[in-house]
Every structure is written in C-alpha cells, then in structure tokens.
Design a binder for this molecule. Structure first.
Ligand code: PLP
Length: 470
C-alpha cells in the first residue's frame, strides 16, 4: 500500500529548498526525531543523516565531516568505529543472541556484571541490567521503594531530586527530571520534590564557592525533615551535573549528602548515566568524592553506544532484604535487560578502557581542554567555564555582572549552534555550550574545537551586540 506522504512541502514551513539527499527527505517524512521541533529541522536544513563514524568524527550521507563534540550525547566514550567491539557483538550474535531475562542469564551478562562490580566504588556489587538510562533510573526508583517497604517502612515512597536535573524521559524518570512538562504529561509520580542544585556560579542562596554547595546540601536535609523522614525513600543526584549545566560540587557536598541520608534512613542514589565510564577522568565520578552511594545508575558509556545497555548497581546492604527472604524478588522485569549482544559490546568496550587507560586519558585531556576553554573568558558572553575530565561546559550570559543567562532556545545560542554546525562541530548549546568529545580526543583536535567555538562566539557577539550588556 502506498501511504500518503505527510506534509513535507517544506516551503510551507518557510524553507527555501527541500533537503538535498533522498535519505534526508525520507527522514523528514518518517523519522520522529526526539526533542527537536519538526519545523525547525525542516527550516534550518538541520537534517543530518549520519552513515559513518571514526574516532571523534561523524560523516553524513552527503559526505560532510563533523567533530562529535558531545560524543553523541555523552555516550561514545571509546570513540566511533571500533572494529573490535563490532566483532565481539557479531561473534556473540552468532553464538547466542537472546535468552530470557526473567529466570536466566548469559555468559557475557555475567562477565559484565562482575566487571561492573570490580570497577564501581566501595562495595557496590549487585547489578540489575536494563537497556537505557531512563530504565536504569526507573529501576533505581523501584529498588529504593521496594527495599524501604521490605525493611518495614512502607510509607517511605518519596524521592528527592534536584532542580535543573535530568534523569530521563520514561514516566517515573521524567517525574524526577526537573524540566518535566506538566501540561502534556502531568500528573507525575506522586511524592517527588526538587531541591536546589549545588551551583557555585549562580547559587539559589546568593552565596559563592563552597558555601553554595554546603547550603545546597543543608537544604536536602531540610527537605527530608519537611517531608517527614518516615516518608522519604531516596535522594537522587548526578555526582557532577551534566545536562543541568556542568556543576562540579566540592567534596563536602557529597560527604554531607551521605551523612544526611544515613541520619534519616534515606537511600542515596548516584545517577552516573553520563558521569560513569571515564567521562570525568575516573571510572565513576563518585570516586572524586570518596563516597559510596547505596544505588548507582549507569548507561551510555557502558557500551560507548555500540549497543543499548544500562545497569543499576546496589550495595549488599540494599540487596540483603532479597537475600534474606525466600520469596522476595524485585517487582521489575525488562525483556532486554542484559541482552547478550549488548553485554558483549560492553565487555569489549571496558577491555578497551583498560588497555588504553581511557579514564586517565580523559583526566589528562580534560585538563588541557579546560585550560584552552579558560581563554574564552575574554569573550563578553562567556560567564563561566567549568568541568572535570572531558565533561566541560561554557556558560553563556547576556551580562557578566548580573550573570543573566541567555537560556535555552535564545536566538543567540541557536546562532552559536548554527555557526558551529557550519564549521563542522556538533554539540549542544543551551545555557551552557557543552564540550565533551570521545575520550580518545587529541590535543590538536581540542585546539580545533576551541578555535571553532571562539570564532562562533566572535561572530554571534557581533550580530547580537545590542543584547549583550556586559
Ligand atoms: C543523568 C541522566 N540520567 C538518565 C538519563 C536517561 O538516559 P536515556 O536517555 O538513555 O534513557 C540521562 C540522559 O541523558 C541522563 O543524563
């Protein structure tokens, strides 16, 4: 049956010419691109259909070459085009492509679970597999609630998250995500509240430096007390915030969070979906803080994006209620959790991390990247430069004195995105311009990215001079 095409008469959306390549036209007609308005894709010739990746580079169907300045979405930590991962996946698919996840497991899933337990900090040791970060977060929420109930606290169902945070888009995870869209999707999961972010550049408390982190941590305790500790199951936070603007809290913040949670019988969940697997210069960002969470989530860099796989790992103190109860199991089942081909990809990916010492490399290249980004402070719109390892961000502001942000979707930040795209650098520019390339990036490649950003800022600042008051 020939289907009637949707209205891809892009001229109606104000486009001068339709996309040049047949696959771009088909993409516009049939692919539901996540999180970007269709009209925007059509109007700004923003359709990019990629067909090849190599190291930090992506190539689209028109043969254009781009630097992947954000590793997909903080995903491709080992870099694109790793043949050894492709081969490991093919070999596993030939051997065994699936077995039920409800009562069984497979060789690569076991190997992977053991590897994750080895690499994660402290006594984190029991792994529940899923397919993506949102599922890993859903799993963490359910573990926290069920464990609290099995410990005898069935009223402890509330979760405290942070303003500005992103934890995914399935309904439970989205309930924790601060930018959730109440008009379209409310009501959300009951019992979620949001507390201030540790933000030393623009603190909710009007203070600077470590004091901002201390205030943010104290607020968590106040929120637990305000909600009633006997009703709170868990606190969830990224060790270093990523989408929320790359805020790197001081050690004292996480130490305080650990103490506060312990004091009130609340479980501490570290969401390492982006932070994990070398991004911050260590295998896991919590290693910077010397704190072991009760539950930790991971995804993205676990397989460097070669296959969809995620995990939620817990400490023995969390799992013990299941170990001590003959009939107990977690009320949770995901058909593709620990998929053997995805697990084989992750095992090979971790082998590459070990052989090439990618976390150490991220630390070294991250120092270089930060030093280069610091030079951009000379721009009137660069308010702050932050990061750790290869998780970095440049906060763009209208006014350096007031630190007023352009915010997401401002014409200035959109223009920066466009100028970077024209130069061949793909990244995300909202309130913060993110630079987070694969961990294999070289100094020369970092120089190229910083030059592109420098040029884009100079041009956009000239065009928007009237709006910049610094
Ligand atoms: C911290 C964090 N948690 C969870 C998620 C959700 O992951 P996914 O998109 O794989 O579902 C993301 C996605 O970016 C994330 O940044």
């Amino acid at each position: 049956m020939v289907k009637a095409p949707v209205n891809t008469d892009v001229s109606q959306a104000g486009v001068a010419s339709p996309p040049a390549h047949a696959l771009e036209r088909d993409a516009l007609e049939h692919v539901w691109i996540h999180q970007t308005p269709w009209v925007e894709l059509a109007e700004r010739d923003g359709m990019r259909v990629f067909e090849k990746g190599e190291g930090i580079y992506l190539y689209d169907v028109r043969g254009r070459k781009y630097i992947d300045g954000i590793s997909g979405l903080w995903v491709v930590n080992a870099g694109h085009g790793r043949q050894e991962i492709a081969e490991a996946m093919a070999e596993q698919a030939r051997k065994l492509s699936y077995a039920s996840a409800s009562s069984y497991t497979t060789v690569p899933a076991v190997e992977l679970a053991a590897k994750i337990a080895e690499k994660t900090p402290g006594d984190l040791s029991r792994v529940f597999f899923s397919s993506g970060g949102s599922e890993a977060v859903e799993t963490a929420i359910k573990i926290a609630k069920q464990v609290q109930a099995m410990r005898g606290f069935s009223r402890r169902y509330k979760i405290i998250a942070r303003r500005g945070s992103y934890h995914g888009m399935t309904h439970g995870a989205m309930s924790l995500t601060a930018s959730r869209n109440e008009n379209h999707f409310g009501p959300f999961m009951y019992g979620v509240s949001h507390v201030p972010h540790p933000n030393r550049y623009n603190s909710d408390f009007g203070v600077e430096g470590e004091q901002a982190d201390i205030m943010a941590a104290k607020y968590v305790e106040q929120e637990i007390i305000a909600q009633g500790p006997e009703t709170v199951a868990a606190v969830i936070a990224e060790p270093v915030s990523s989408a929320a603007g790359v805020h790197v809290p001081s050690k004292v913040y996480w130490k305080m969070l650990r103490e506060i949670c312990d004091r009130h019988g609340v479980l501490l969940i570290a969401d390492e979906v982006i932070n994990g697997w070398g991004r911050t210069g260590k295998y896991f960002a919590m290693e910077h803080y010397g704190v072991t969470p009760d539950i930790m989530t991971m995804a993205k860099g676990l397989s460097s994006g070669y296959a969809p796989i995620a995990a939620t790992i817990v400490r023995p103190s969390v799992f013990e209620v299941f170990q001590n109860n003959k009939e107990a199991y977690l009320g949770h089942l995901l058909t593709f959790g620990g998929h053997p081909v995805a697990a084989a990809a992750a095992v090979k990916n971790i082998e590459i991390f070990e052989q090439e010492q990618l976390p150490e490399r991220a630390a070294e290249m991250g120092d270089y990247l930060m030093a280069r980004l610091e030079e951009l402070r000379a721009h009137p719109t660069v308010g702050d430069v932050r990061g750790v390892g290869l998780l970095t961000g440049v906060e763009l502001v209208k006014n350096k004195a007031t630190r007023e942000s352009f915010g997401r979707g401002h014409k200035f930040t959109d223009r920066i995105t466009q100028l970077l795209d024209e130069r061949g650098l793909i990244t995300r520019v909202w309130a913060v311009a993110h630079i987070a390339p694969p961990l294999t990036v070289t100094k020369d490649e970092i120089d190229t990215m910083v030059t592109m950003l420098d040029e884009a800022l100079t041009i956009a600042e000239g065009e928007f001079a009237g709006e910049i008051t610094s």
